[in-house]
Design a protein around this ligand. Sequence first.
Ligand code: DAH
Length: 338
Amino acid sequence: MIEELRSIASLAEEEIQSTETLNALTSVKAKYLGKKGLITERIRSLRSLPPEKRPEYGRLLNQIKNRIEELLKEREGYLKEADLDRRLKAESFDVTLPGFCIPFGHLHPATRMLNEIIDIFVSLGFSVMEGPEVELDYYNFEALNIPKDHPARDMQDTFYISDDVVLRTHTSPVQVRVMEKHTPPLSVVAPGKVYRCDADISHIPMFHQIEGFMVDEHITMGDLRGVLEVFAHEVFGPQTAIRFRPSYFPFTEPSAEVDISCVLCNGSGCRVCKNSGWVEVLGAGMINPRVFEMAGYEPGRYTGFAFGMGVERITMLKYGISDIRLFLENDKRFLEQF
Ligand code: DAH
């Protein structure tokens, strides 16, 4: 009997030491110390032993029970720690790995170009003023010396809201609105959206223009040239040359079309400049005295220059974009390149 007890004890010890999980340990505990456990049963049957054998057998039984309890506790501690170690290892992460990038949006390329151009003129002392996009026929045409039969008034080009209200076709009306309220000296840029009923590879029905004008008592075409040269150098680089070609606008006299040396071939001739070495970037001129008169200025007192440029066109030249419709399509493959 004593032998049997010792072999149960050594078996228990072996089993406890070889358990690998807390669950397995619970089963081993039940096997020896549970209600029907090998040790429990023997404690219960102590009473049926002859009285002289009880003390020795009982003491041994007690020792073995205590020993098994002690071993179980030790093993439980060990397994719990091992379990924690394993979990910590599994859950650990490398803090030096780069994080996930949240995709950032950015301003539309036309807006970026617009802001860049405004900044250049602000750095030259120009102020920024805006006018309405839904404009009176009077400001869009009449006050700019554009007579009733001018082609720009054609229904093909102008979105008419009513007989005398239009979606402005250019930013030039801001000139008159500003001059009605302010007396010279004036140097102003007027950025904004303009609308024309037109759509093809080089026309979209809504685009952006920046109007610029300077009015004082002795403004000359030399001032215009100087300002536009700074603009061209800032936007297209210091190697850029500019030239004026005679042209006609009702609100300027004389008027000019302003070209820059081709950004792609530097003037040697290519597809973009149609082999001329030059590309047109804006219209400009000396403000027509008729416009000063319409704004209510004292006749003959002031001179001034004005210019107007298409922001999408400048952006296309600067980045080599060949189709203006890309600006309105919101194709991320296009927009993400800026
Ligand atoms: N307003 C003209 C247009 O939309 C552009 C323009 C030309 C503006 C000459 C000017 C200018 O101020 O002097 O086509």
